[in-house]
Design a protein around this ligand. Structure first.
Ligand SMILES: O=C(O)C1=C[C@@H](OP(=O)(O)O)[C@@H](O)[C@H](O)C1
Ligand SMILES: C=C(OP(=O)(O)O)C(=O)O
Length: 425
């Protein structure tokens, strides 16, 4: 059955709104996993509730951890996590969540009994080979080189070299569980540059906050000492990558959008939105009420290397398609292994509305053209769906296929978008 079409609302005028955002997917799933491996009970405050977070909760429960939540509305929760010995004999659904498919197998490898992993059809083509080979060489028994696969341990840990150029999560996954490996881990990357380095810094920062000794002083080498992961309470920051469509709405319509609780210092790559939106002509200010982006002076194209902040690409591409000069987005070849081949998907869908986008080996060249009504397909990719919504603010008659796919990280997206376009404040 074809997915329903969502008529993307056109902005009735400059969008003026304050948009509180639920917790970061990346921090939520790291915090829950570390809590499940810790030396006592912890609470994760302000965690995201979404498909990816729910899949992480289900995976950790299947491996023996006890997680109970106090709801905080549709997309937020406080989780009380009680760790228990990791046990296998389970089947785990990773959905389309990179954080579940790369972070949970090293945890499963702590158990002797086999654990089976599978996910959505599109998950079966996402890069897994390097982390599965690494786990094999660290002592796990692994059947398969991609989803579906089965893994059993217990692994011992030690030194391993892998090519993590396809995804930073291949490194983060090994590091997060490593304190619990008998020998810890030394991970060496050998290959083209690792993308999304801020996400690896998020991993090392959260490990250190749990008392783990991590040495990342040499480029492309990470050493994690074996030892306890300290139980501690964590408060998750708002999801700054999910701020992109909302802040972008201010830039597109010449309005002003505020996101409360924008952290002063953060490892989230979404913080790069401040510079990217300013480079495209918006005014970015920080005040006690949060981070505010104001538009009004038009949108300028940019030449940007998004290698470190690849997950912002769909939103930046949507802005670029509506700008008044061409843009070149580079450094994001790894996006071909995200939820879908995002470079192909963005070029196809923007061109389907009359745009002029060409794919390069590692990015996109976007020449703005007057766009027209049409269907914008989302390919089960939450960030494609929100990119379509952004274009629809300025182009009447855009219909986004399967807006519900935003549930991966922001189940309330359509309602929040409508609220932003209403009186907002
Ligand atoms: O570790 C994480 O939480 C993430 C790392 C990045 O993955 P890649 O390095 O595969 O781009 C990012 O794109 C993804 O959305 C979340
Ligand atoms: C690439 C993304 O997700 P995942 O965690 O599934 O890799 C993303 O959210 O943009």
């Amino acid at each position: 059955m074809p997915a329903p079409l969502w008529p993307a609302p056109v902005a009735p005028g400059p969008v003026v709104a304050t948009v509180p955002l639920p917790g970061s997917k990346s921090m939520t799933n790291r915090a829950l996993l570390l809590a499940a491996l810790a030396d006592g009970p912890s609470t994760v405050h302000g965690a995201l509730r979404s498909r990816d977070a729910d899949l992480m909760v289900a995976a950790l429960r299947a491996l023996g951890a006890e997680l109970t939540s106090t709801g905080r509305g549709a997309s937020a929760a406080d989780w009380h996590v009680v760790p228990h010995a990791i046990r296998g004999g389970a089947s785990i659904d990773v959905g389309l969540a990179g954080t579940v498919m790369r972070f949970v197998p090293p945890v499963a490898a702590l158990a002797a009994e086999p654990v089976a992993f599978d996910g959505d059809p599109q998950a079966r083509v996402r890069p897994m080979g390097p982390i599965l080979s690494a786990l094999r060489s660290l002592g796990a028994d692994v059947h398969g080189d991609a989803l579906p696969f089965t893994i059993s341990g217990p692994l011992t840990g030690g030194e391993v070299t892998l090519d993590a150029s396809a995804s930073s999560q291949l490194v983060s996954g090994l590091l997060l569980a490593a304190p619990r490996f008998a020998k810890g881990v030394i991970v060496r990357h050998d290959g083209p540059p690792v993308p999304s380095m801020p996400h690896i810094e998020m991993t090392t920062a959260m490990l250190r906050a749990a008392g783990v000794s991590v040495d990342d002083t040499e480029p492309d080498i990470w050493r994690v000492e074996p030892g306890p992961i300290a139980a501690h309470d964590v408060t998750v920051e708002p999801d700054l990558s999910n701020a992109a469509p909302f802040l972008g709405a201010a830039a597109i319509t010449g309005g002003g959008v505020t996101v409360p609780g924008w952290p002063e210092h953060t490892t989230q790559p979404g913080d790069a939105l401040r510079g990217l939106l300013a480079d495209m002509g918006a005014t970015v200010t920080r005040g006690p009420e949060g981070l505010t982006v104001s538009g009004g002076g038009g949108l300028t194209g940019i030449d940007a290397d998004l290698h470190d902040v690849g997950e912002l690409t769909p939103s930046v591409a949507a802005l670029a398609a509506l700008a008044d000069s061409p843009s070149t987005l580079r450094g994001v070849a790894h996006l071909r292994g995200h939820e879908t081949d995002r470079l192909a998907a963005l070029a196809t869908e923007i061109n389907g509305l009359g745009g002029d986008v060409t794919e390069t080996e590692d990015g996109l060249v976007i020449r703005p053209r007057p766009l027209r009504a049409g269907v914008f397909r989302s390919y089960a990719d939450h960030r494609m769906a929100t990119a379509g919504a952004m274009i629809g603010l300025a182009v009447p008659g855009v219909q986004v296929e399967d807006i519900a796919t935003t549930a991966k990280t922001l189940p309330e997206f359509a309602r929040m978008w409508a609220l932003m376009l209403g009186d907002g404040r």
